[in-house]
Design a protein around this ligand. Structure first.
Ligand code: CUA
Length: 350
């Protein structure tokens, strides 16, 4: 009875831990609930390899337990030596051939999936987005559309969207766990893969290669909307007027400070080749600041006063004139009203 109680306690503790730990992840940031083609293919491979491993584990444990019981030392047989079977050709053939077969079972679908996910035959007829990885943010250039953005990518649901990736500095790693497999972002050779999302929604992306002190903060988002919403978003993004005058007086002052402090030297608003820092078009519609913090005025002011505190090792720290709190608040006011379209992450979630 006592033994059973112990087991029940241990099981409840495990269940409780699993429940708590499952709360640690963000929604749409798991490869285990695939919502896109690449992620689904990867999940099938995860299931296949797990089944193979479990079968191997079960067989090895069964033989192990059988041998433990069957050949244990018995009373009166202390000096007994069982029949020695080393060099047995049949046995050695069996335990060489079985792993080879298992590897073939895993290798064939893996290689097929690798070629399938790297297939570029439809790229020229599809949406192509040039991705550049920077320490520690992402630049996106929609080919043929003449506009750029950063951190948030909008794509239409149910369509193959091709990503052509390069890094401007070190090796990064582009990964949207719920939607796709992952791919290296190298400084030299361009890597291409596609994402095909099954459902509208907001999906978290991660850099999956250690790239410096803020590697774990190099998040981005893929916002999957309907085809009509996507087309509207593209039209709005192409129509951005960077010189547009803000409505509130404080934001107008903020805009002047933004120009006086030469923030545009690094941050473009609207279509521009400048990409020393993230393009800020549509910045006010983003949910996150620097990829990781909830975007609100207080956090933005904190960022403008000391970005190092939020994202260690970033290239903005000490590369602009020191701001006082009042000026930082005005600039924040200006940046937060940069809303260039009605298509937002809420469009994806409704
Ligand atoms: Cu970029 Cu890790």
């Amino acid at each position: 009875m006592k033994g059973w109680m112990g087991k029940i306690k241990a099981l409840s503790l495990l269940g409780f831990l699993a429940l708590i730990l499952s709360g640690c992840g963000k929604e749409n940031l798991t490869a285990l609930v695939p919502k896109g083609y690449g992620a689904e293919v990867s999940m099938d491979l995860i299931i296949l390899t797990t089944v193979v491993m479990l079968v191997v584990f079960a067989v090895v444990m069964a033989i192990f337990i059988f041998v433990l019981i069957r050949f244990r030392k018995k009373k009166g047989q202390e000096d007994f030596i069982p029949k020695q079977v080393e060099g047995n050709h049949t046995l050695e053939t069996v335990w060489t051939v079985i792993p080879i077969l298992l590897l073939i079972i895993i290798a064939i679908p893996t290689v097929l999936a690798t070629f399938d996910l790297a297939d570029e035959t439809e790229a020229s007829d599809s949406i192509n987005i040039d991705v550049t990885g920077y320490q520690f943010w992402w630049h996106f250039d929609y080919q043929g559309e003449d506009f750029q953005t950063s951190q948030d990518i909008y794509i239409p649901v149910g369509e193959k969207v091709y990503f052509n990736m390069l890094s401007s500095d070190v090796i990064h790693y582009f990964w949207v766990p719920s939607l796709s497999g992952k791919l290296d972002v190298n400084p030299e050779n361009e890597n291409t893969f596609y994402i095909e999302a099954y459902e509208e929604g907001v999906y978290w992306g991660k850099c999956a290669e250690f790239c410096g002190p803020s590697h774990s903060l190099m998040d981005f988002k893929v916002i999957v909307v309907s085809k009509e919403e996507y087309e509207q978003w593209v039209a709005d993004m192409k129509n951005v007027d960077p010189d547009e005058e803000p409505e509130s007086a404080v934001a107008v002052e903020g805009k002047e400070l933004f120009q006086e402090n030469n923030c545009m030297g690094c941050h473009a608003i609207g279509s521009s080749p400048v990409q020393t820092g993230p393009n800020l078009t549509n910045f006010g519609n983003r949910e996150t600041l620097a990829g990781v913090e909830d975007l609100d005025k207080d956090t933005l002011v904190k960022w403008l006063l000391d970005p190092e505190e939020i994202k260690p090792g970033n290239k903005m720290t000490d590369n602009y004139p020191a701001l006082n709190k009042e000026d930082a608040e005005k600039i924040a006011e200006y940046l937060l009203q940069l809303k260039h379209t009605d298509i937002t992450s809420e469009s994806a979630e409704n």
